[in-house]
Design a binder for this molecule. Structure first.
Ligand code: ADP
Ligand code: MG
Length: 705
């Protein structure tokens, strides 16, 4: 069958081309202006847009519409309303007004708010983000919206992201003006999130409560083969997976998502999809849709798509590399080093602003990627550690070195002239030997933030990134705008910034033990777990940053602090309950059954009449050994299950309002007990008959597709 990609691409999106086609000229122009400037949309314009949108959506098979939003749960939410409106004569017509388009009032009481929303004012409201196009998905017109409380506090991930794009735009424009770029009207961020995921057979998934309830395996002995042969990475894609990817691509293309590359990842059954980058908020919306579509398409192919950061112990987990840059409305990438001295100087200023930002706000960057799931992955064998650092590559490091020391790049013994006059040496783009162990790597014309977890919305990471870079740029602009001699001031600023923040640059092996020690000597933070990271919200310098840039007010910061701690505790609680349930109802009874079988075999063997001439009994060494081993393990596991139960009861005795103490308890006690329990269970699995083991094995799940 011939597929016509250009024809299907964006066919389910109310995009610019459709708007131009369907809207009267003046309405289109007015909407376009709103999109470009972020100004309020006039209700008369909204009314006309709503009707055009509805008619178009009905053509695409829609009967309902929804405000599509991104609450703090990290997934998207929708409440469907149909277009139908009853008439006096018993018939219905399809209606959709401007008011319904720009504002929704979902009953929001069940979304996490961290205490912002008292129950008496349970309603929140959603407001259209016209910079992100509406689309039709599963018969519903979806309108991307922000979600706020009645008091105007943000209850979602989109609002702070949009605010952070605004502040970055404002500060970057100030810098560009200083370099004489007066024609630039807007600076946006660009984001390209590479999505990793696992595909496993649905019938196996259904037999594992841990996967069903927790999205990750809580038990599972190592299979004889893992990923040590590296034979999966970029390997030939199996036909069943190929069919899944083909449908996934088509579904994403229809929704205007630029799915571009796909390949097998390092672990068996692991894959990756990378889209072509887009404007920050749009790329984030698209990534949220991508995750949802992946899960749905997987089901149609009798797969389950696992987005958890670490579904399987002992093989690589999944991340989401967040490629990030800044671009002007003229299409100039501000992290492109350029070829003229002026361009180079401007590039170096933006680069040092980022270096400074990452160093000053290591804690916030770490916080932005913190989750119970990502804790399993960070610092394991396949992901950067919890320490934030920047990789710039040897060539650029040499440049920064020589700027700091005031020497020439090519000839370190001779003295160099001012920045703004000299030309950078050609920097190789995306060198193939690039360092993949760095959390934050410069890759030629963009940065790649590799610490993001596969299941999380990248809105959090990008909000922080935009905000901290905006803060550096603001400080730079404040200083440079006052300068009498711009070139001299620029030179000095870049030099001192490199000197002050040099410690955050690390080009070596981020996975090594030595780096942890070295980082400690450099005074870099190492916030190992989510529970260590979340309190950073409340650091004075961070509250100041958020409030000054109007990303969060203090109430919003508090609420996020609470919501995130609570989410962490809830996840561990579900995992612990699932572990207990699986042990009591499936694992321990199965082991017991096997011990029973072995015992009966011993009795049977002993009761066989071997006749007069046989002097000794039949040997039962194996059975007795296994009975002893498994009985021992079973007892130990049972002990841990009881301990886990007691711990969950003890949590109830902690002060309910002290979310940090509760999260700490889960981290220090509950997780430790779960780890002990797992050890015994995995040993039992390795020593049990496959016929009696109640769960599909790692080998089956990872290699059966
Ligand atoms: P790799 O796996 O080597 O990192 P990929 O091709 O898988 O490379 O992913 C690179 C990602 O970076 C793509 O999503 C791409 O669109 C994105 N990207 C490229 N240029 C930019 C940019 N200027 N800003 C943001 N993202 C970008
Ligand atoms: Mg990458």
């Amino acid at each position: 069958m011939k597929s016509n990609v250009p024809e299907i691409f964006g066919s389910m999106v109310f995009n610019d081309a459709i708007m131009r086609d369907k809207l009267p000229k003046d309405i289109y122009r007015s909407l376009k202006k709103t999109i470009e400037t972020g100004n309020k949309l006039d209700i008369n314009v909204a009314n006309v847009v709503a009707i055009a949108m509805k008619d178009w959506a009905i053509e695409k098979g829609a009967t309902h519409y929804t405000h599509w939003f991104q609450p703090m749960t990290g997934i998207t939410a929708e409440k469907h309303d149909s277009f139908i409106s009853p008439q006096n004569d018993g018939r219905v017509i399809m209606e959709f007004s401007g008011k319904e388009l720009i504002k929704g009032e979902p009953d929001a009481s069940s979304f996490p708010s961290g205490g912002i929303r008292a129950t008496f004012e349970a309603r929140g409201y959603t407001a259209w983000d016209p910079t992100s196009y509406a689309f039709v998905k599963d018969g519903t017109l979806c309108i991307p919206t922000a979600f706020c409380s009645y008091g105007g506090e943000s209850l979602d991930k989109k609002t702070p992201m949009l605010r952070s794009m605004e502040t970055l735009n404002e500060q970057a424009l100030r810098i560009l003006k200083l370099f004489g770029n007066d024609s630039v009207k807007r600076v946006n961020t660009t984001v390209g999130p590479e999505q990793e995921y696992f595909l496993i057979d649905r019938s196996l998934y259904e037999k594992r409560k841990d996967l069903i309830y927790c999205d990750r395996t809580l038990f599972g002995a190592r299979p004889p083969k893992g990923q040590e042969l590296d034979d999966h990475y970029f390997g030939a894609i199996k036909p069943r997976v190929q069919a899944f990817m083909k449908e996934l691509n088509e579904e994403l293309w229809k929704l205007g998502i630029l799915a571009k590359t796909e390949h097998n990842e390092a672990a068996p059954a692991q894959h990756e999809m990378a889209p072509i980058f887009d404007t920050g908020n749009i790329a984030i919306d698209h990534n949220q849709i991508t995750m949802e579509v992946m899960k749905n398409v997987a089901k149609r192919h009798k797969f389950i798509c696992l987005l958890h950061e670490k579904p399987f112990e002992g093989v690589n987990g999944s991340g989401k590399h967040n490629n990030w840059s800044m671009v002007t409305d003229n299409g100039v990438n501000l992290l492109e080093p350029g070829s003229s001295p002026r361009e180079n100087a401007q590039f170096l200023l933006f680069l040092t602003a980022i270096i400074k930002a990452v160093d000053d706000y290591q804690d916030l960057l770490r916080l932005s990627i913190a989750s119970a799931g990502n804790d399993h992955r960070l610092g394991a064998a396949e992901a950067p550690p919890a320490i934030m650092s920047i990789f710039v590559g040897d060539d650029l490091e040499l440049v920064l070195d020589s700027i700091e020391k005031g020497t020439d790049f090519d000839n370190p013994s001779s003295v160099k002239m001012d920045i703004g006059v000299s030309v950078l040496p050609k920097l190789p783009k995306d060198t193939t030997d690039r360092n993949r162990t760095s959390p934050f790597a410069f890759t030629g014309n963009k940065f790649e933030f590799r610490s993001c977890g596969s299941s999380m919305s990248v809105a959090g990471a990008n909000t922080i990134l935009n905000t901290i870079v905006a803060e550096s740029l603001k400080q730079f602009a404040d200083e440079l705008e006052e300068a009498k001699n711009f070139n001299q001031a620029l030179d000095k600023l870049i030099k001192t910034t490199i000197k002050e923040h040099r410690r955050i640059i690390f080009n070596g092996d981020g996975y090594s033990k030595e780096w942890e020690e070295e980082a400690e000597k450099r005074g870099l933070l190492n916030l190992k777990t989510t529970v260590d990271a979340i309190p950073m919200y409340l650091e004075e310098k961070n509250i100041k940053l958020f409030t000054e840039h109007k990303i969060f007010n203090e109430v919003e910061i508090r609420s996020r602090y609470e919501i995130e701690l609570e989410a962490y505790s809830k996840i561990i609680n579900i995992e612990a309950l699932t572990a207990i349930d699986m042990c009591k109802k499936e694992i321990l009874p199965a082991v017991n059954k096997y011990i029973g079988q072995l015992s009966r075999t011993v009795l049977d063997k002993r009761s066989i009449d071997l006749g007069k001439n046989m002097s000794s009994e039949l040997s039962c060494n194996m059975e007795i050994d296994l009975i002893r081993l498994l009985s021992n393990l079973e007892d130990k596991a049972y002990y841990e299950v009881n301990k886990l139960e007691r711990e969950l009861i003890d949590i109830g005795k902690l002060d309910e309002g002290d979310k940090l103490a509760i999260a700490k308890y889960y981290k220090d006690k509950v997780i430790a007990t779960m780890n002990d329990l797992r050890k015994y269970v995995d040993q039992m699995e390795s020593n049990c008959d496959k016929e009696v083991w109640p769960l599909p094995s790692y080998g089956e799940m990872l290699f059966s597709v």
